[in-house]
Design a protein. Structure first.
Length: 65
């Protein structure tokens, strides 16, 4: 998953490494334009919960129709 550089706002920076932990996934980035380094962590259970809610809303809409 690409990200934008928080320093020079370059878009579409590819992660230089990806590390998966128990409940989150960490991407490390290095901007090729300015050399700035940063990382992002995404909390996995929050994503699965979001998908679950989407599934429920689709089912409810089907019953109503
Ligand atoms: Zn940059």
């Amino acid at each position: 998953m690409t990200d934008s550089c928080p320093n020079c706002v370059r878009r579409g920076v590819e992660p230089s490494s990806e590390r998966r932990e128990v409940d989150q996934i960490v991407h490390r980035y290095r901007c090729q334009a300015c050399g700035h380094r940063w990382f992002t962590s995404r909390y996995l259970p929050a994503y699965s919960e979001l998908h679950g809610r989407r599934g429920e809303s689709v089912d409810a809409a089907g019953e109503a129709a």
